[in-house]
Design a protein around this ligand. Structure first.
Ligand code: NAD
Length: 445
């Protein structure tokens, strides 16, 4: 028996090990193990393969939840599982590329809650800011890079992956350079400016044998995942209509989001993308046609280069229809509703915010309409998403939202623009498979 098999057997026990061998999966994660340490990867593999807690291995690699004695009656809501982080020395180590609003306000703080990931390097055009952030998060000054010497990350074995948080028009270049430097890539949405760039990003990561994941945080968030489950298991009948809105009022006309070369488009790729990507995620299907209308207020200097408002409809193979609205010119609203044909609708409002997501459920009950706000937990979406990427690196799995998922959104957005331009519906390639572009689903904590 190989050494890796012996380790896995000792972690899983005989029954689970034999089942795993039988399924032919036992050694799939061994390649990724060399990146971080074989034992860490095997621990995680074992965790995913076994329903019971893992056994202690190698001192600090033990991710077995610490069991606490329950205090409440069995009828009460169960407590969240005790966090069980991986030894910091065995986590996936990230260079954060771009220190703007999202990095500073969301991503860096989110690393504090990560269990399998840690920030070890920064890439920024502003050395003073980078030094300050490095000191705040315990990052060594020698691991600060700028956009010119970025390629030198190749010679830094302390970096396993990069998280690209730059304007959309820079995603391709910094993904390709990272892949060429031998690093895995987690890239912010939208993946790029267009499908050609997205395809080149996929090709570069494939060629380098590195993972590429697009940071679609909604697909890792528990309330959105519950809505997806209800759509898929027809909890309230067949969902025939999804109504989705994502709007905000853009300020500063000079910001990169309003420049075509850096943003790729206006409200559609930035926030309309949430309506598009989330409805594809909820249904698991791919649209077969789209139709759209685009409008920008004449003379509004914010919309000289990119569009203000996009209304688009998508038709899916099951007959489900999505009606989506996005705008950079009206007050913030971020919600969706899934309308089932068996006495209920459900959705989230807010649906796409960083926090405070709220489920809404409306059901027919005798002579009344019963409104509820069930909650399926509030988790840091960035933590969930970053740790998913790390588990994929550690266990050598395909991310749930790989580059192909981002590429598909670009193809659909291009059809949406074409539809508005030509004033007619645009047909898309027919894709029958469910979750056609998604990889390994995320595991709950
Ligand atoms: P931002 O403007 O706050 O930050 C962009 C960073 O890129 C800054 O540090 C800036 O200095 C740097 N940069 C380098 N070259 C630049 C150039 N030529 N022009 C402008 N900036 C340049 O933007 P952000 O809000 O942090 O967005 C970054 C990325 O994250 C975008 O792709 C955006 O779509 C995405 N994003 C995702 C979410 C989400 O919820 N997942 C939320 C916000 C932003």
């Amino acid at each position: 028996m190989k050494r890796s098999d012996r380790l896995l057997q000792s972690l899983l026990g005989d029954t689970a090990f034999n089942r795993r061998k039988f399924l032919g999966n036992a050694c799939k994660g061994i390649v990724g193990a060399t990146v971080i340490g074989e034992m860490a990867a095997l621990t995680l593999q074992a965790q995913e393969a076994s329903t019971g807690p893992t056994k202690a291995v190698n001192g600090g690699s033990d991710t077995t939840p610490i069991q606490l004695k329950p205090r409440d009656a069995a009828t009460e809501r169960k407590e969240e599982p005790v966090p069980s982080p991986l030894d910091p020395n065995k986590r996936v180590r990230y260079a954060i590329v771009g220190l703007g609003a999202l990095s500073l306000n969301q991503i860096m703080p989110a690393f504090g809650e990560c269990k399998y990931s840690k920030p070890v390097a920064l890439v920024s055009g502003m050395p003073d800011k980078a030094r300050k952030v490095a000191s705040q998060y315990g990052i060594a000054e020698k691991n600060i890079y700028n956009y010119q010497n970025y390629d030198q990350i190749k010679n830094n074995p302390e970096i396993d992956a990069v998280y690209i948080v730059l304007p959309n028009g820079m995603h391709e270049e910094y993904t390709v350079r990272a892949a060429q430097a031998g690093k895995h890539v987690l890239c912010e949405k939208p993946m790029a400016n267009n499908s050609k760039e997205a395809q080149r990003m996929i090709d570069a990561c494939k060629k380098a044998g590195k993972k590429l994941m697009i940071a679609y945080r909604i697909q890792y968030e528990p309330n959105n995942r519950k809505a997806m489950e209800w759509v898929r298991n027809k909890q309230y009948g067949t969902v025939k209509l999804i109504d989705a809105v994502n709007t905000q009022n853009a300020g500063d006309p000079s910001q990169w989001r309003l420049k075509k070369a850096l943003a790729g488009g206006g409200s559609l790729p930035d926030i309309g993308l949430y309506c598009l990507n989330t409805s594809r995620f909820l249904l698991g299907e791919e649209p077969e046609s789209v139709i759209s209308t685009i409008y920008s207020t004449p003379g509004d200097e914010r919309f000289r280069e990119v569009e203000e408002t996009v209304l688009f409809q998508m038709r899916f193979p099951s007959g489900a229809l999505v009606n989506a609205s996005t705008s950079y010119g009206v007050h913030e609203s971020r919600r969706y509703r899934c309308h089932g044909d068996k006495g209920g609708w459900f959705g989230l409002d807010p649906a796409f915010a960083y926090e405070g997501l709220k489920m809404e459920l409306s059901q027919a009950l005798d002579k009344s309409e019963w409104r509820q706000n069930p909650s399926f937990g509030q988790k840091n979406q960035f933590t969930q998403e970053i740790d998913h990427m790390s588990l994929c690196v550690l266990g050598n799995k395909d991310p749930y939202t790989p580059g192909e998922e981002g590429l598909q959104d670009h193809r659909i957005m291009e059809a949406i623009y074409q539809s508005a331009q030509e004033g007619k519906p645009i047909k898309l390639e027919k894709i029958a498979k469910l979750d056609a572009f998604r990889g390994t689903p995320p595991k709950p904590d």
